[in-house]
Write a protein that binds this ligand. Sequence first.
Ligand SMILES: [Zn+2]
Length: 277
Amino acid sequence: MVTKKTIDPTTLFGLQHVISVEQYILVVFGATLGTAIGSFVAAAGIRTTNEKSVISTPSSCDHCGEKLAIRDLVPVISFLASRGQCRYCGARLTWLYAGTEISFAVVGGLVASLADWDVVTIATCLAIILLGICAVSDFRAMLLPLPVMVSIGILGLASQILDQGLDGAVSSLVASVTAIATIGIPGLLYWLIRRTQGFGEGDYWLMGAIGAWMHGIEPIILFYMATVLCLVAAIVEALRQQKSLQYLEPKPIGAFISIVSIIYLTAKLCNLALTKM
Ligand SMILES: [Zn+2]
């Protein structure tokens, strides 16, 4: 007789704490707050690409310019209710808002229920928000805002110093250099073979910035995971549009690096054992 191997669902992926009532309340609270933050991140990311002020400009439709009412701005729900179209002109709305809101709801729910709160946790949350802005802005216009990336790097260095003092500073700088070399080597090969830039300047800054959060060879794994994700996205797009891969628009690799970095930092905050090297 074959006995079925049972997996205890309460300990899967180290999520054994997510069962008490308090934890459920925290998940709901975190997800709700995450959705609102995601909404801000999407707006900020899109506005960095068209130089509108993040704070002062009222929200309006990108196509017809109609000022949006409160009912158009409810995260995710407004998007679903209008079936992804502008209520005024019928133009297709970007999926970037709903996508970012849902992603940040997941991050918020996980972090609120699993993270231990201290200064480094707050700095990590800030970095996740800034990486979200990079992802949106790179998806939207292949642009990575430099001040945002520099802030991510400084937060990473400061967090590692707070965590481990001088050792943390060394680890942060070494991983940052490793990260730049990781993208620099394929970039150089590409240039030698094709005589064109394989990556944008922003991609190097982004790798250096996220490297400051990492240890050892983690940047190498991060970069190749982002590359694979980018390639999968390109193949899906090629199949859907029935085009050969080489005729596709260049892909925003920075956006994929940002997404994998968000997953990495979230896992770290939640003490998930996925990132232990
Ligand atoms: Zn419109």
